[in-house]
Design a protein around this ligand. Structure first.
Ligand code: C5P
Length: 220
């Protein structure tokens, strides 16, 4: 690559879903494929960064030799790794679809089927992005994603503020070719400085390039 503007930078990326265990064979998860996060990791590495990719359970491979991949399963594990790694990083992009709730305990044995109703009690998971936002230093960058169904821009801006992000990538649900398991995406980037940067529908690899160009602007 001719663009090595991220040489010497360490960037953390969370990607994929999290699995919250119910018993030894069952979990609560979601449809996140991890494609967007993995594309961001490849793009950062291609521009010279050292990447720590914290990946939930996905069937994807990271190719670039500058990507250090750490596989996790639950939100709690992802939280622990992210909090440990962020102090040594220049930037973090929170791309994972973290489960909001987890069962309050995991059964040691497989839950047996019966004719009765069963109740799963769920506890809120920690907000990883918000936790990094709390410990963020002056010279560190933090970015996140938002998927909204109504008042998209307002909700995304509130989220950016609450989590102390420098910018947030708003996934549009209104457009065809955007979102989970799709190879394309349509995003709008909102920045803490009040900018709004809309993009066309394009392959996730190209969306990653657009996002990393914005990130790069915050890292000079
Ligand atoms: O609050 P909401 O889940 O909509 O925010 C989405 C953003 O926050 C994404 O960047 C996501 O990766 C991050 N997030 C997180 N930890 C959570 C929930 C969301 O890092 N527990």
């Amino acid at each position: 690559s001719i663009r090595q503007e991220l040489a010497g930078k360490k960037i953390i990326i969370t990607a994929g879903p999290t699995y919250e265990k119910i018993d030894p064979v069952r979990f609560i998860g979601n449809y996140s494929s991890g494609k967007m996060g993995f594309a961001l990791a490849e793009e950062c590495a291609a521009r010279g960064a050292e990447v720590t990719l914290i990946a939930g359970p996905v069937s994807l491979k990271a190719y670039h030799s500058s990507i250090c991949r750490i596989d996790v399963e639950s939100a709690r594990e992802m939280y622990d790794v992210a909090l440990r790694e962020y102090p040594g990083a220049d930037a973090a992009i929170m791309c994972a679809a973290v489960a909001d709730y987890a069962p309050d305990h995991c059964s040691d044995i497989k839950i047996k089927r019966s004719g009765d109703d069963i109740v799963l009690r769920l506890q809120p998971n920690p907000d990883i992005a918000a936790a990094l936002g709390k410990i963020k230093r002056q010279n560190q960058v933090l970015a996140g994603f938002a998927l909204e169904t109504d008042n998209e821009e307002e909700h995304a801006r509130l989220k950016m503020k609450r989590k102390n992000l420098d910018f947030i990538v708003l996934n549009s649900l209104k457009d065809a070719g955007a979102g989970f398991r799709c190879d394309t995406n349509k995003v709008t980037i909102l920045t803490r400085d009040g900018e709004k940067i809309p993009f066309e529908v394009k392959p996730k690899k190209e969306v990653a390039s657009d996002i990393i160009s914005v990130l790069s602007g915050y890292m000079k």
